[in-house]
Ligand binder design. Structure first.
Ligand code: V47
Length: 433
């Protein structure tokens, strides 16, 4: 096997851009100069047959933000229960209480998993589950404080926005709207919650919402939960579930809503960092000269007393065993194009993750060369989707993650949940600063 040691691109990537679609010329200029792309330009990136230029532009931006580094982490997913009051048609994970295959973990089982994860050297627990009709609010706070007590080194990234709204209901703060969301998040933070994962965003569009996830929260509620989390200093991620009944225009709209919220969150930080004003919005993906101080926000930095969206994670729809099984799901090239366009449109979100469990490790390698800078982690148990015939046990080794990143031409760098560098010796690790 050839080992790549030289990870810089062989040539200046801007010189290899030769758009075959002349309509892309103004988009190329905007990206090179660091100007924000409009929704119409985003649509053009979806419609053009010149995928090569779309991907080339995404690679330029990705290298401006992260150079030749590609991130991975050592984590464990815990799906504490698949019992859910909702029955979203895209979801093959949910079960009713008495249905075959329904399960829920006790707090003790979660504690055992957390201890095992910490002993194995993981840095993060990613915890999500269905909207359980019976579990009380204390189950969730106990779960967090138990993990905190028995596995204090693990970062707890837990509960999608939909679960937070459910917890708001069961803790009887439903009527308090935004204040109620803040109150629930405060309790969870006090019990040990450190960040929110990006799940449950699906596609921010009322038509799609009515068609495939009617009883779930709408986009404004999802965005409000993340706004509240950010206000309390918690970072979060955002997903986009695509390739089912939504149209490409609706994907662009999803990106625009995330981008607008992130602008408001980073406004003060960008002012303190004296980021050159290149038009409306806080653009992080321009040429180096636009950033006299910091290009990327990090928790606690000057001008930043809130959390923010760290990562966008486009999730390709898996039809198998869902009520939408008759749909074909997106193709490899559509997945590649979507990740590249996320990189280009979401110019104020630092990271783009190619979640290897859903994209496959082979495609995640390609995506690293076309806009993505992160492939998530070692994972171990993943119940929400299963790539063709894979069992629930879906683990990859650190060696395989690193090899995949190197083969793609990048330097593998382990991170914690907040994208701080990790220095590791076997199962022992510390922050490298
Ligand atoms: O919320 C459900 C999606 C999400 C299907 O924040 C499906 O670091 C495809 O959010 N086909 C869970 N997707 C996964 C998730 C995630 C994953 C990795 C990292 C992070 C992070 C977040 O999966 C759900 C839902 O949007 N989903 N069913 C399906 N059939």
């Amino acid at each position: 096997m050839t080992t790549l040691t030289h990870c810089e691109p062989a040539t200046d990537p801007t010189t290899v851009l030769r758009p075959t679609d002349s309509r892309l010329a103004p988009v190329v200029d905007s990206v090179l100069e660091g100007r924000r792309l409009s929704a119409e330009e985003g649509m053009l990136l979806f419609e053009t047959s010149d995928l090569h230029t779309v991907c080339g532009l995404a690679d330029i931006v990705r290298r401006r933000l992260h150079g030749n580094v590609a991130w991975y982490n050592i984590n464990r997913h815990i799906n504490y229960s698949n019992i859910c009051t909702l029955s979203c048609s895209f979801c093959a994970f949910h079960r009713k209480r008495n249905e075959d295959g329904a399960y829920q973990y006790s707090v003790e089982q979660v504690r055992e998993e957390a201890i095992k994860a910490q002993e194995a050297g993981a840095t993060e627990l990613h915890i999500v589950g269905g909207l359980h009709p019976r579990l009380p609010f204390e189950y969730y706070t106990d779960m967090l404080s138990t993990i905190r007590e028995h596995a204090p080194k693990l970062h707890i990234k837990a509960f999608t926005a939909v679960e937070i709204v459910h917890l708001q209901k069961i803790s009887r703060r439903e009527r308090m709207k935004y204040e109620g969301t803040l109150a629930v998040l405060r309790d969870l933070k006090e019990a040990g919650l450190q960040s929110l994962p990006g799940g449950g965003a699906e596609v921010f569009d009322d038509r799609v919402h009515a068609e495939v996830f009617k009883s779930k929260i709408r986009s404004d509620e999802w965005l409000d939960v993340h706004r509240a989390a950010h206000e309390l200093g918690l970072n979060s991620n955002a997903t986009m579930l695509y390739g089912h009944v939504e149209e490409r225009r609706e994907r662009i709209h999803h990106m625009e809503l995330l981008r607008a919220q992130q602008d408001r969150t980073l406004e003060n930080w960008a002012r303190v960092q004296e980021i050159t004003d290149t038009g409306p919005g806080v653009v992080l993906s321009g040429p180096d000269q636009n950033y006299p101080h910091e290009r990327l926000p990090m928790p606690g930095q000057d001008g930043l007393d809130t959390g923010y969206f760290q990562t966008i994670i486009p999730l390709p729809f898996f039809p198998d065993k869902s009520a939408l099984e008759y749909l074909p799901g997106p193709t490899g090239l559509e997945n590649l194009r979507t990740i590249a366009i996320c990189r280009l449109m979401l110019d104020n979100v630092p990271h783009v993750k190619a979640f290897w469990i859903m994209q496959t490790l082979d495609m995640a390698q390609v995506m690293l060369q076309n806009g993505a800078d992160d492939i998530d982690g070692t994972v171990v148990w993943y119940d929400i989707t299963h790539v063709d015939g894979a069992s629930t046990h879906q683990e990859t080794t650190v060696t395989d993650l690193q090899r995949s990143i190197r083969e793609a031409g990048f330097v593998p760098q382990e991170r914690d949940t907040l994208y701080r560098r990790i220095r590791r010796d076997g199962n022992q690790w510390e922050l490298d600063d």
